[in-house]
Design a protein around this ligand. Sequence first.
Ligand SMILES: [Zn+2]
Ligand SMILES: [Zn+2]
Length: 116
Amino acid sequence: MTGAKMIGCINHPGMEAVGRCLQCSKPVCKQCGIVSVTGLYCSEVCREKYEQYMHRAQALESEKGYKRGFFFGLKRAVGVVITLAVILFVLGCVASLTYIPLLTDVTTRIRSLLGI
Ligand SMILES: [Zn+2]
Ligand SMILES: [Zn+2]
């Protein structure tokens, strides 16, 4: 065995690397590699950086989901208001055509509200 194709550890060139750091991709041997639930790292600094990054990414993702939900709700509320306004407006138009005094009054109010 010449070990020519072996990837050496960044700290111990003679030792075979068991994997690469998730954060900086440096090859590390099993002696100096830090194994965490999230993966393999060359140092505590890299582990912290990577886990912080993952944490931030997850927080950002859930924040986005929350905003999406909020805008969706807002859009639906606006849709309901518009639908109601259209119904009232149509009712008002019909009323003004048929001259129902009470509904004509409503039409005038809606028209002044909408600026038509
Ligand atoms: Zn690293
Ligand atoms: Zn090493």
